[in-house]
Write a protein that binds this ligand. Structure first.
Ligand SMILES: [Zn+2]
Length: 245
């Protein structure tokens, strides 16, 4: 038996046998792993409270490199209780878990773990849900191998006279390369770049006007549709419940 401890967050749960669950846990050190939580559905089990979606903390378990590990205990850092307090928050957070799983299939860097947990912490703290989602979506583009051009014109490389951003061009467009693409507001153009580079854990203010939120959603949605090849049901659900997109 190889007893280990690592920080992680539960991204998925499936009932197993009469009383157990298999948890999908994204860990700092071992990437995404499956951990059996034996007997956790019993009322008296000490694993009951720590074997569900969004539980975030130090996981102690018996590690099996190939196959399913076995959970021993969890020291909870945050169970994101506030995230689970209303349907809008749950919907956003569930989409982020889904998206993260997809991104991990392309790229299993440790950074993804930090980006996700930082975003959920900010959501739990009450910052704008859509803006945080957009930030993570923009940052994940790198891991999906479809990084947008946000430091210069995506067509000619010109660093000045940026007039809009365009998904089909792959990023910024300058005055010379502009034909008749949609004009996004200057504010939105700058926000997209700022979101892409921001350190999520350092965010202390995130108040974005409604018209910018609409434009952010439009650009990012268009970009994902064109290049990511992802189709997530939880994204559709998010659009219906939260009336975005
Ligand atoms: Zn240009």
């Amino acid at each position: 038996m190889n007893l280990v401890k690592t920080e992680g967050i539960v991204l998925g749960e499936t009932n197993y046998s009469e009383s157990s669950k298999i948890l999908k846990v994204l860990t700092k050190e071992y990437g995404m792993i499956s951990i059996m939580s034996k007997g956790c559905r019993n009322l008296k089990s000490k694993l009951r409270g720590v074997s569900s979606l969004f539980v975030y903390g130090d996981f102690h378990f018996s590690y099996r490199e190939s196959g399913i590990s076995t959970l021993i205990s969890v020291d909870i850092k945050n169970s994101f209780l506030k995230l689970q307090s209303d349907i809008e928050k749950i919907t956003y957070a569930s989409y982020l878990l889904d998206l993260t799983e997809q991104v991990l299939k392309h790229n299993a860097q440790e950074d993804i773990y930090f980006l996700l947990t930082a975003t959920l912490e900010k959501m739990n703290d009450g910052y704008n849900l859509q803006a945080l989602t957009n930030i993570l979506e923009l940052k994940y583009l790198d891991f999906l191998g479809i990084r947008p051009v946000l430091d210069c014109c995506s067509v000619c490389g010109n660093k000045t006279e940026i007039v809009t951003i365009n998904a089909s061009a792959g990023g910024y467009l300058c005055r010379n390369c502009y034909h008749n693409e949609k004009m996004y507001s200057e504010k939105t153009i700058k926000l997209i770049r700022m979101f892409y580079y921001v350190d999520i854990s350092k965010i202390s203010k995130l108040e974005i006007k409604e018209d910018s939120l609409k434009e952010l959603e439009e650009f990012i949605g268009d970009y994902y549709d064109r290049y990511s090849g992802l189709y997530l049901k939880s994204r559709n659900f998010l659009e219906n419940v939260c009336k975005i997109g």
